[in-house]
Design a protein around this ligand. Structure first.
Ligand code: LLP
Length: 402
């Protein structure tokens, strides 16, 4: 999408503004599908937590993805977007049994990640096949906060507890029809994927009722020019080949599932922010924008790098170093010491890679409104969420007489 397109959106809908290019989502989907084209049965379940706007969900549903949901509310958003219950995999951790029951009533596929719940679920629903999430004890991921497949992680049933799974299902009669894992996010090292694939297939081998194997996700996307990204073609070749061989040994064509979030949507999104102040101090030149950690928390939470460009001034011959900060009453910073084309108050900056875990992690901290969202797709523009208003801040508050 060109800078002038982005500027015209900000003029029309104001700033800060999230803008998504859904053609990029479609091309990421196609790239991934192509990389695994030789797998007989492949299903991509979009990890909806990355971005749950209904329009984005619809784009993905129309591409024939399934959905990976982690709360009953996400399940309901997927249903609202038109996913069929059979295409929604519910992969929660540590939720109440009531939510699980609600998902069963809605006809959703369930993944369990706890022995006691496996037993409770099996006693109540012996005829409903389930998937179990295994913790392979592999350390992978771009930051310790998003590494979830290691031995100290709360997720999954330990690879050392397979015998316990067998005992539980012998007692309850539950059929295990899927095996799942997810080891982390922003993993660029294919070897980590291969290692955990082998571990997971070793588990599949021990059950003869498996229909699908879900390798989760964690594919690393580039955050700036020349950045490392997971080599999806190589992954496709190696894991696809191994999976096909495994299916032969297993004696059945299993479905291979991935649950990409970032890979599909991260690069499609931008957060447009306006420069309120340029502030020179003895040590830095701060650029203060009309947004903050309330709208995009990734830099503060994971030290994530988001590329930032000045789309109001495209003259690259003169650049300066700036620290781009938010308007929240904390040290919220989008980027330290970044070279930008000369910034003036009133300029629009584009924060890149804001399609995943950006709006979906936004809040009303400092009682600010969450931004509007716009999507472009196949030459059409859509406003897909209104900016919040003061009424939204008051919503559900009870103004008691004191
Ligand atoms: N499947 C499961 C079970 C997951 O827990 C996740 C992400 C995914 C799939 C998708 O992973 P992805 O393709 O997006 O790497 N908020 C963090 C990322 C947290 C990821 C949580 N689980 C961030 O902004 O980096």
């Amino acid at each position: 999408m060109t800078n002038s397109h982005l500027i015209s959106f900000a003029e029309k809908y104001g700033s800060p503004l999230y803008v998504y290019d859904a053609d990029i989502i479609e091309s990421q989907f196609n790239k991934m599908t192509k990389a695994f084209a030789h797998v007989h049965q492949l299903k991509l379940n979009y990890a909806v937590k990355a971005n749950t706007n209904l329009a984005i969900l619809k784009v993905l549903k129309n591409l024939n993805t399934g959905a990976d949901a982690v709360s009953i509310q996400e399940v309901k958003l997927c249903l609202k977007a038109g996913f069929s219950p059979n295409d929604i995999h519910y992969t929660p951790s540590g939720i109440s049994f009531d939510e699980m029951e609600e998902a069963v009533t809605l006809g959703i596929k369930i993944t369990l990640d706890n022995l006691s719940i496996l037993e409770k679920f099996g006693n109540k629903y012996p005829n409903i096949p389930v998937c179990v999430r295994i913790n392979p004890h592999v350390m992978a991921g771009g930051n310790h906060k998003i590494s979830v497949g290691h031995i100290d992680s709360k997720f999954g049933i330990s690879i050392y507890q397979i015998e316990n799974i067998k005992e539980v299902i012998a007692k309850t009669g539950t059929i295990i029809n899927g095996i799942h894992m997810h080891t982390g996010s922003d993993i660029y090292n294919i070897d980590a994927f291969i290692q955990s694939t082998e571990i997971l297939l070793g588990v599949v081998e021990q059950f003869d009722t498996i229909e699908y194997v879900d390798f989760g996700s964690g594919f690393k996307v580039p955050y700036k020019d020349g950045d490392i990204e997971t080599n999806i073609e190589k992954m496709g070749k190696r894991i696809g080949k191994r999976f096909n061989e495994f299916c032969k040994e297993y004696g059945r064509d299993l479905t291979l599932i991935f649950e990409p979030g970032k890979y599909l949507v991260s690069g499609s999104g931008s957060l447009l922010v306006k420069v309120n102040v340029v502030k020179a101090t003895p040590n830095s030149v701060f650029v203060g924008v009309d947004s903050g950690l309330n709208h995009l928390i990734r830099p503060m939470m994971y030290d994530a790098y988001h590329h930032i460009t000045n789309i109001s001034n495209t003259n690259e011959s003169e650049q300066k170093v700036y620290t781009i900060v938010g308007y929240i009453c904390e040290n919220d910073t989008f980027g330290h010491n970044r070279k930008l084309n000369i910034v003036s108050e009133g300029d629009l900056l584009k924060i890149h890679n804001a399609g995943a875990y950006s709006f979906s992690m936004a809040s009303n901290y400092n009682s600010r409104y969450r931004p509007a969202e716009v999507m472009t797709y196949k030459g059409n523009n859509y406003l897909i969420r209104n900016r919040e208003t003061f009424d939204d801040l008051l919503n559900n508050q009870i103004d008691v007489d004191i």
